[in-house]
Design a protein around this ligand. Structure first.
Ligand code: F6P
Length: 571
């Protein structure tokens, strides 16, 4: 039996553990050099395996006492009970009165699981079977457009969770994409996005997937209409359809499918519900890449690889669900983030993949983490009692090294950073040509790449003292500029290769890290009311932008002046 989460969140700041952490932080003099010297086992003790991920936490600014206090905090806020409540389908999304069951999307299909009277396992399996059947039809060329041509380009139209997950995973798993298929992603309501993505496309071989949980999102519906107009116009121009209602309906039937929880709205848009894939309100948008929202990905990489992707998520779910918190990687990483935000005054957190294919991973994580934990009230409506959601950001290494690492190494802010790499590249490239200096002839380029990962985490942890700088013969007036303080915390994550399963494990890892932080802070990590006001105001302001003087006069002076300026500048 699992228990319900407490209706009133525990105020973490009143716990004994919070008091201990405050004291420990006050007295902590971070000394990674000293800590490693005193404890040769530190790296081994603080490294853990979660599925295929080797995670080294040893370069974090924690002592055993700090870790013990963080684990005590987890106990006092009821982390295990909350985790179990999530997995059991309790309505932990309190403000929307919903279960939070993205973990059910990747459960084995032979394990029955009923929530709120719904056979979730069967529902998930049925919908997945539909997605897979569609994927096979497109991949085999059985699905054809109005002229009988097979699909060569899929354009996914969605935004937020209906875009960031699929595009991140598509880029990450590009080596698994079937030859001759390409997926493009349109998200921004800036009409340039549709225009650029369709500019060189052949409409007869293009299929649009309109992905929207609510099917009410302004950007997505606007872009879907723009895409539909483009399709009609270009098919008519190519002589592929009659310029008639029937011709247009045929075009939509063969070139548009949808993914949504609102199948009635899909039909109202003109897409046959038979060509729509559903999911459920218990899947949050930013937790939905493993639902039918991943249809574009499933088509691109195929059902087998997609199933492997889901299996990876499940492996991490099981790790989080069953591993004692002492070795539980998502729990430990979430608690470390709390440590940095609440006790070490960290405002941001860098995620630095040393894998070019993960170049969209930080962007994906920004929605996952910040839409989830950017909250000022707790799930019972009372104000939070501590700082919450830090800013997540990042770029792939080594590019970031030549841009913003300076600030991480020598700036005044503490920026915890996660370094992520895979041991085996997808594209084994030719050996480096030796430059006769640092790069030996025949050097493995991937090894050279990862040498940067290891060098950066080492430099951040251990720095360079003034004496070491002097020993290099540096003039005294330059010594201080060349000193690296060290004690800049990093977590290193290494996987064998960027397989679909490993990607699923990585995503699930961060989903659960986000959850752990939310539980400590007592916030509902699954709603996103903060995005509503701007959406509403945009609709109210649109008439003013379009020339309605009364609507313009109703705006505040700054907004009215900006709109007037825009109207003046607009040719
Ligand atoms: O930005 C708010 C939001 O609701 C996100 O949570 C969501 O991922 C995105 O908009 C898109 O929503 P939908 O899938 O319903 O179009």
């Amino acid at each position: 039996m699992t228990s319900e989460p407490a209706r009133v969140p525990v105020d973490a700041t009143t716990t004994n553990a919070w008091g201990s952490l405050t004291e420990l932080s006050k007295n902590l003099d971070p000394d990674l050099r000293g800590w490693f010297a005193a404890d040769p086992e530190r790296a081994a003790r603080l490294s853990h395996q979660a599925g295929d991920l080797h995670v080294d936490l040893s370069k974090n600014l924690v002592t055993d006492d700090v870790l013990a206090a963080l684990l005590a905090l987890a106990e006092e806020v009821g982390l295990a009970e909350h985790r179990d409540a999530m997995f059991a389908g309790r309505h932990i999304n309190v403000t929307e009165d919903r279960a939070v069951l993205h973990t059910a999307l990747r459960r084995p299909s032979d394990e029955p699981f009923t929530v709120d009277g719904q056979d979730v396992t069967a529902d998930v399996a049925d919908e997945l079977a539909k997605v897979y059947a569609f994927a096979e039809q497109v991949r085999s060329g059985e699905w054809t457009g109005v002229t009988g041509e097979a699909v060569r380009t899929i354009v996914n139209i969605g935004i937020g969770g209906s875009d960031l997950g699929p595009v991140m995973a598509y880029e990450a798993l590009e080596p698994y994409v079937q030859d001759g298929l390409e997926v493009r992603f349109v998200s921004n309501i800036d009409p340039t996005d549709v225009a650029q993505k369709t500019a060189d496309l052949d409409p007869t071989t293009t299929l649009f997937i309109v992905a929207s949980k609510t099917f009410g999102t302004l950007e997505t519906l606007t872009n879907a209409r723009l895409a539909r107009d483009w399709l009609w116009r270009s098919l008519v121009a190519a002589g592929a359809i009659e310029d008639s209602e029937d011709g247009r309906a045929d075009a939509v039937a063969k070139h548009f499918v949808a993914v949504s929880t609102a199948l009635d709205k899909v039909e109202a848009f003109g897409i046959d519900p038979a060509n729509a894939f559903g999911f459920w309100d218990w899947v949050g948008g930013r937790y939905s890449v493993d639902s039918a929202i991943g249809t574009s990905l499933a088509v691109a990489i195929g059902p087998d690889a997609f199933a492997d992707f889901l299996a990876g998520f499940h492996a991490m779910d099981e790790h989080f669900r069953t591993t004692p918190f002492e070795q539980n990687v998502p729990a430990l990483m979430g608690l470390l983030n709390v440590w940095y935000v609440n006790f070490r005054d960290a405002h941001t957190h860098a995620v630095l993949p040393y894998a070019q294919q993960l170049h969209r991973f930080p962007a994906y994580l920004q929605q996952l983490t910040m839409e989830s934990n950017g909250k000022s009230v707790r799930w019972d409506g009372t104000p939070v009692t501590s700082e919450t959601g830090e800013v997540f950001w990042g770029e792939p290494g080594t590019n970031g090294q030549h841009a913003f690492y300076q600030l991480i190494h020598q700036g005044t802010r503490l920026i915890p950073a996660d370094f992520i790499a895979v041991a085996n590249p997808a594209y084994p490239l030719a050996d480096a040509v030796g430059d006769g200096g640092a790069v030996a002839a025949g050097a493995d380029v991937h090894g050279l790449f990862l040498a940067n990962f290891f060098a950066q985490t080492k430099a951040l942890a251990f720095g360079k003292t003034a004496d070491e700088v002097r020993a290099e013969g540096v003039a005294e007036d330059l010594v201080s500029a060349k000193v690296f303080s060290g004690n800049r915390p990093t977590t290193s994550i290494l996987a064998p290769a960027l397989t679909p399963s490993v990607l699923g494990q990585l995503v699930a890892l961060y989903e659960h890290i986000t959850f752990v932080q939310g539980v400590v802070w007592g916030i509902d990590s699954f709603d996103q009311w903060g995005v509503e006001l701007g959406k509403k105001l945009a609709l109210e302001i649109a008439p003013a932008v379009a020339g309605d003087e009364a609507a313009l006069a109703a705006q505040d002076p700054s907004t009215a002046a900006l709109i007037a300026k825009y109207r003046e500048l607009r040719a």
